[in-house]
Design a protein around this ligand. Structure first.
Ligand code: NAP
Length: 338
């Protein structure tokens, strides 16, 4: 394939903006880049590679001639438009949750299960951001000795809810510092100087949707339908990059030094540990980085076959846009586009 004709659906959002930046930075050969969004932002001009490109309202015709569509405009928008994009001849990589658990749709983290791309039928799903960060960090261990159980606690930044949520948290911080009531149009409660359990819908067992995504998507990506996973997801007043505390249990003891060596060599992982300085991964240092920062690995003192670890990762980048671009790179390399 000579040059790729690429469309970004949701180009004006948090993930869309990062997709644009990554397309500038990385080496996908672009012949055309089409920026699609809702009528709200149609007509805007966005900077790209020293030029500006117009944002166009998504429509039936908008996908004609495209090889690849990178979608980051939410689940209902993906459901409405991706079948049309695929019918027009494009392959779509979707950042929303719309198709993730569809049996016919590969759910891919390129460091973990790139081989699943071979079976795509036009749509490929990018996993949930917390799941991507967790699977990048745990796969190097799981592939050596299968994990039996994961207990995760997440510390999720405002940007996980999109660009308007980031702006709202800044406004909340200013309002609180000025003794005014903080605005809560996007979030249900103030996030600045506060935290709350993830505000996605709860199921009858008391788990929220975000937590169940970590359970179900990890099983699908690892091809481990019986893997036991339990998560508690929390929004914290961090602007960008999520963190996770992971307790993992194996069948037999997993020596800490072996885990450290494996993670030190793992693709997509950067080891960050300085025990003298109490220096470990932090969201501020993970922001803008491709790698998931992993550290603070230690033996679980409550279980002989358990390990504890801590990570921070940029969920807009590796948790969404970068993962999608890496998928596109594999598709191109393996001749799986078009
Ligand atoms: P966002 O900042 O709110 O951006 C949403 C984008 O979708 C905007 O470009 C918006 O365009 C567009 N859009 C909304 N409704 C549309 C419609 N009816 N037709 C066409 N375009 C429409 O959201 P985001 O954080 O980038 O998230 C986008 C998707 O990625 C979501 O499915 C989200 O769950 C997923 N995701 C997000 C993250 C993250 O960390 N933020 C991580 C992983 C996955 P307008 O400018 O026209 O409104």
């Amino acid at each position: 394939m000579a040059g790729l004709r690429v469309g970004i659906l949701g180009a004006t959002g948090a993930v869309g903006t990062e997709l644009l930046q990554l397309l500038e930075e990385r080496s996908l050969p672009l012949e055309e880049l089409r920026l699609l969004a809702s009528p709200r932002s149609a007509g805007q001009q966005l900077p790209f590679a020293g030029e500006t490109l117009p944002v166009v309202e998504v429509s039936e015709d908008a996908f004609q001639g495209l090889d690849l569509v990178l979608a980051s405009a939410g689940g209902s928008v993906s459901r409405q438009w991706l079948p049309i994009a695929v019918a027009a001849g494009a392959v779509a990589v979707d950042n929303s949750s719309a198709y993730r658990m569809d049996g016919a749709v590969p759910l891919v983290v390129p460091e973990v299960n790139p081989e699943d791309l071979a079976h795509h039928q036009g749509i490929i799903a990018n996993p949930n951001c917390t799941t991507i960060l967790m699977t990048v960090a745990l796969w190097p261990l799981h592939r050596v000795r299968p994990i039996q159980r994961i207990v995760a606690a997440t510390y999720q930044s405002a940007s996980g809810a999109g660009s308007r949520a980031m702006a709202e948290m800044k406004d909340q911080a200013i309002a609180i510092l000025q003794d005014r009531p903080p605005p809560t149009d996007i979030f249900p409660y103030p996030l600045a100087f506060n935290l709350f359990p993830h505000n996605s819908p709860l199921n009858e067992q008391g788990y929220c949707q975000e937590e169940m995504k970590m359970v179900q998507e990890t099983r699908k990506i690892f091809h481990a339908p019986d893997l036991r996973v339990s998560a508690t997801c929390v929004r914290v007043p961090v602007l960008r990059a999520h963190s996770e505390s992971l307790n993992i249990e194996f069948q037999t003891p997993f020596p800490v030094e072996e885990a450290r060596t494996l993670l030190g060599q793992a693709p997509g992982v950067r080891f960050v540990e300085d025990w003298q300085r109490n220096y470990f991964p932090m969201p501020m240092e993970a922001s803008g980085q491709d790698d998931v920062l992993v550290g603070r690995i230690r033996q679980d003192i409550s279980h002989p076959c358990g390990l504890e670890l801590w990570l921070s990762g940029d969920q807009i980048r590796k948790g969404a846009a970068l993962n999608a671009i890496q998928i596109a790179e594999v598709l191109l390399e393996k001749n799986l586009l078009g």
